[in-house]
Write a protein that binds this ligand. Structure first.
Ligand code: AMP
Length: 331
């Protein structure tokens, strides 16, 4: 007698019903990446406007990730959280943006699981070196430009571009991070009243004046970052109220040390045009400026340019003092 028994299939069930049932069963299981218990916190990497960023080890893949932890009750609105999560998903499509592997929530926290940029920040690299030479400025500028132009393709204005938010991977390539203040314009290039937002010293005059703005604001902040790479300093004083900062910007021109090459000087001057309509990035493509004319953009996008500076790799060892400041829910 044949002992094998075939599972009988109910004749009334259509194949679609069977597929739906199967799909339902799959969805009912929480994927390991979305389970907080699969992450072991190692140390604090930094603190942004809306939450902590922790280095964590993802047990399933034995991989280090950066975990951004936002307390739901804090100032960040539901819309802002959704915008940041959506932009982090875009990171899969551009090598110069930090990407998210997963986003999930618990009762009181929102968590973004992000790739871990282990080369530190551009801010640390500038501090370490004092200032960059022309070819070094060109390398970082080119990678940031590709990242910013990619965001603009999707109507995204970062609004908080500064060296602390420009991270480096272990090879030294750029990874733009922190989309907590970013906004999305429905129509690419349109302007909106988005309020005064960003880091002191990096905000464009139109932002400080609380008028309508768009990606022009990011090109100004980029100009400040380029100035900082070339000189180690900020072009305008970041002190005082927004009104005072605006006054300083409108009445003064930055000082350019003699060692800053004329093409680089002009590049910064075109980005720091106080009149939005005359600003590089708005009136002309940044890629076409003579300072960047030698750049092979295809190679930049394929990560073929050799980073000129090796970042200091941040240790992934447990830091107990930092671990003590972990939210109780995660311990
Ligand atoms: P944020 O809240 O995104 O501004 O992050 C605050 C700080 O955490 C940054 O300035 C970095 O020093 C650090 N950080 C954020 N995201 C990452 C990441 N993906 N990898 C490594 N460090 C990060």
């Amino acid at each position: 007698m044949d002992k094998k028994r075939k599972r009988s299939r109910s004749p009334e069930k259509t194949s679609t019903e069977r597929r739906d049932k199967k799909r339902y069963r799959v969805e009912a299981i929480t994927p390991p990446a979305l389970d907080i218990n699969n992450y072991q916190l190692v140390k604090k990497l930094g603190e942004g406007s809306f939450g902590k960023v922790m280095l964590a080890s993802y047990a399933i893949k034995k991989q280090h990730v950066a975990l951004k932890i936002i307390e739901k009750e804090k100032e960040m609105s539901h819309k802002e959280i959704k915008t940041e999560a959506a932009i982090l998903r875009l990171g899969r499509l551009c090598p110069f943006l930090i990407r998210a592997y997963a986003t999930f929530q618990t009762e009181s926290l929102v968590l973004y699981v992000m790739e871990y940029a282990r080369g530190g920040t551009l801010h640390q690299l500038i501090k370490q070196k004092g200032y960059f030479r022309s070819h070094e400025v060109r390398f970082y500028s080119a990678e940031i430009v590709v990242g910013l132009q990619f965001l603009q393709e999707y109507g995204v204005v970062h609004r908080d571009l500064e060296p602390e938010n420009i991270l480096l991977n272990k090879e030294g390539h750029v990874k733009i991070a922190d989309f907590g203040l970013a906004c999305v314009h429905e129509f690419k290039g349109s302007k909106a009243y988005n309020g005064i937002s960003g880091a002191s010293g990096y905000m464009a005059p139109e932002v400080l004046a609380n008028t309508a703005y768009n990606a022009s604001a990011d090109w100004w902040s980029f100009g400040v970052v380029v100035y900082e790479m070339a000189t180690g300093k900020l072009p305008f004083s970041p002190d005082g109220t927004s009104k005072k900062q605006l006054e300083t910007i409108m009445n003064r021109e930055p000082y350019y040390p003699e060692r800053v090459r004329p093409e680089l000087c002009d590049f910064i001057k075109q980005l720091l045009k106080k009149d939005v309509k005359q600003r590089l990035g708005v009136c002309a493509n940044v890629q076409d400026h003579p300072f960047l004319s030698s750049v092979n953009w295809r190679n930049v996008k394929k990560l073929r340019l050799e980073p000129p500076l090796k970042p200091r790799i941040v240790s992934a060892k447990l830091n107990l003092a930092m671990a003590l400041s972990i939210p109780p829910e995660l311990t």
